[in-house]
Ligand binder design. Structure first.
Ligand SMILES: Cc1cc2nc3c(=O)[nH]c(=O)nc-3n(C[C@H](O)[C@H](O)[C@H](O)COP(=O)(O)OP(=O)(O)OC[C@H]3O[C@@H](n4cnc5c(N)ncnc54)[C@H](O)[C@@H]3O)c2cc1C
Length: 400
C-alpha cells in the first residue's frame, strides 16, 4: 500500500472538491458544521438527492445497484472531503446497513422496490434490533411475529431506535419461532413505519435532542413478502449487518475532520498571550491524537482492502469499533478543553442554527461542540458496547 496519493488520486480529489464547492450552499454547510445531533433532516435529504443525481450517493454499493465502482481509497477520499467541506452526513441505516443485506440476501422484488428509494434518500430507515433486555444479548429479543394467512402479526417493543421519528421504513428483528437455541427462530422483516399499530416515542438525550426512540408494535400486520432472507434464519444476516456497522463506527472521516477543527480553534484561542497551537502541552496532546487517527485510518483502509475470507472479519470490525469510538471521545474532549469557557454554554438547536459568523463568541461550529461531546458518550455503546466488542475480539482473534 502506498502512503502518498498518486497523480490520479489527486486529480480525483480535485474533482470531488470542485463538485462540493459548486453544490453545497453556505447555509447548509453552516448548519452541518454546528455538529448538532441529529443533523438537519431537510438538509440531509436534499444532499442525498444531490449526490444521487450525480451518481455518488452510495460509492460502496456494487455498480449494478447504483454504486460508483471507485476504489476503497477513492471512496475514502470522497467521504473525507465531504466531511471537511461540511456536507450533511447521509443517514447510514439504509445506505450502509440495510442495503448490503438487501442486495446480498433480498429477493428480486425487494431489491427493485427498496434499493432505488434508498439510493435517492426518498425513504429513510430505522434499525429495529435492540429491546429492553436485549441489547448486548440481542438473541434474547422477544418481539414476536405470528403467521396469519399471508401476513405476520407483530407485537413487542424496540428501544434506542435511532431517528425513528423521521423514518418511513424499518428493518426489524423479530422472533417467528421458539427454538432450542435463542439465535434460531429470528427473522428480519421490513415494516412500514406508518403501519397501524406502530407508536414511535422520542427519548430525550443528554445533549438536548431526541435522536433515539422507543418503538411499540401492537398487532402490526406485515405482509409475508416483507421477510428478508430465510424465515427463522436471520442471525447470520444480523451479524453481517453488525460487522458493517462496526467498521463504519470507526468514523475515521469525522476523526480527521475533528483534528482540523481542533487545529483551527487552537490557532484562535490564546494562553498567556500566545496561540494555544504553540503551547507545548497542547501540542503533545494534539500530536498524540493525530498519530492515533492516522494509525486507525490505515487500519480501516487495510481491512477494507483485504479479502474478508482471509481474516476473522467480525474481529477486525470490532477492533475498529473499539479504537474508533474511544478516539471519537478523546477528540471531542480535546476540542471542548481547547474551547475552554466557550464550551460551557448550552445552545438550543434554533440558537445553534441562527448563530452567525459575527457572533461575539465564535463562528458556526461552537454550539455543537459540547452537544457532540455529550452525544458521543454513547458511541462506546451503540453498534455494540465496548466490553462486548472486547469479548468478541478475545474469542475470534485469540480463541479465549
Ligand atoms: C445513541 C444510541 C443509539 C442507538 N441506536 C440503535 C438503533 O438505531 N437500533 C438498535 O437496534 N439499537 C440501537 N442502540 C442500542 C445499542 O445497540 C445497545 O444500547 C447496545 O447494544 C447495548 O445494549 P444495552 O443498552 O441493552 O446494554 P446492556 O447489554 O444491558 O449492557 C449494559 C452494560 O453491560 C455490559 N455487558 C453486557 N453484556 C456483557 C458481557 N457479556 N460481558 C461484559 N460486559 C457486558 C455492556 O458492555 C454495558 O456496559 C442505540 C444505542 C444508543 C445509546
Amino acid at each position: 500500500m502506498h502512503l502518498t496519493l498518486s497523480p490520479s488520486d489527486l486529480a480525483f480529489r480535485e474533482e470531488v472538491r470542485a463538485f462540493l464547492k459548486s453544490s453545497l450552499h453556505a447555509e447548509v454547510i453552516r448548519r452541518s458544521l454546528t455538529g448538532m445531533h441529529p443533523p438537519n433532516e431537510d438538509d440531509r435529504r436534499w444532499w442525498n438527492r444531490v449526490l444521487a443525481d450525480k451518481g455518488w450517493s452510495a460509492p460502496h454499493w456494487p455498480i449494478e445497484y447504483g454504486g460508483t465502482g471507485w476504489s476503497h481509497l477513492h471512496t475514502h477520499i470522497f467521504e473525507y472531503e465531504c466531511k471537511l467541506a461540511g456536507a450533511p452526513e447521509l443517514r447510514w441505516q439504509g445506505l450502509r446497513l440495510l442495503a448490503p443485506v438487501l442486495y446480498t440476501y433480498g429477493s428480486a422484488q425487494q431489491k427493485e422496490r427498496y434499493l432505488p428509494a434508498i439510493l435517492r434518500g426518498d425513504e429513510m430507515w430505522a434499525q429495529g434490533f435492540s429491546e429492553p433486555g436485549a441489547g448486548s444479548d440481542l438473541a434474547a429479543l422477544k418481539t414476536k411475529a405470528v403467521l396469519d394467512g399471508d401476513h405476520y402479526v407483530v407485537n413487542g417493543q424496540k428501544l434506542w431506535t435511532t431517528e425513528g421519528q423521521y423514518c418511513e421504513q424499518g428493518f426489524f428483528l423479530v422472533r417467528t419461532e421458539n427454538c432450542d437455541r435463542p439465535q434460531k427462530g429470528i427473522s428480519m422483516m421490513i415494516i412500514d413505519m406508518k403501519s397501524p399499530g406502530i407508536t414511535v416515542r422520542q427519548i430525550p438525550m443528554i445533549n438536548g435532542d431526541g435522536s433515539t426512540c422507543e418503538v411499540f408494535l401492537d398487532n402490526v400486520r406485515v405482509p409475508c413478502d416483507n421477510i428478508l432472507g430465510e424465515v427463522g434464519n436471520a442471525w447470520s444476516q444480523a451479524k453481517f449487518l453488525l460487522s458493517n456497522e462496526r467498521t463504519s463506527s470507526a468514523d475515521i472521516h469525522k476523526a480527521r475532520a475533528d483534528l482540523e477543527r481542533i487545529r483551527l480553534i487552537a490557532s484562535k484561542e490564546y494562553k498567556h498571550g500566545k496561540p494555544l497551537l504553540d503551547d507545548p502541552a497542547f501540542i503533545c496532546r494534539f500530536t498524540g491524537l493525530r498519530l492515533e487517527v492516522e494509525a486507525l485510518e490505515w487500519s480501516v483502509l487495510r481491512v477494507l482492502h483485504e479479502a474478508p475470507s482471509r481474516h476473522p472479519i467480525a474481529a477486525c470490525a470490532s477492533v475498529l469499533k473499539v479504537r474508533g469510538s474511544s478516539l471519537q471521545q478523546k477528540l471531542t474532549e480535546l476540542m471542548v478543553s481547547t474551547m475552554g469557557q466557550r464550551s460551557l454554554r448550552v445552545y438550543s438547536r434554533d440558537e445553534a442554527y441562527a448563530a452567525s459568523s459575527d457572533d461575539p463568541l465564535w463562528p458556526a461550529h461552537v454550539p455543537g461542540v459540547t452537544a457532540d461531546l455529550m452525544y458521543l458518550r454513547a458511541c462506546t455503546i451503540f453498534g455494540g458496547a465496548m466490553e462486548v466488542q472486547k469479548n468478541i475480539i478475545a474469542k475470534l482473534a485469540f480463541g479465549f
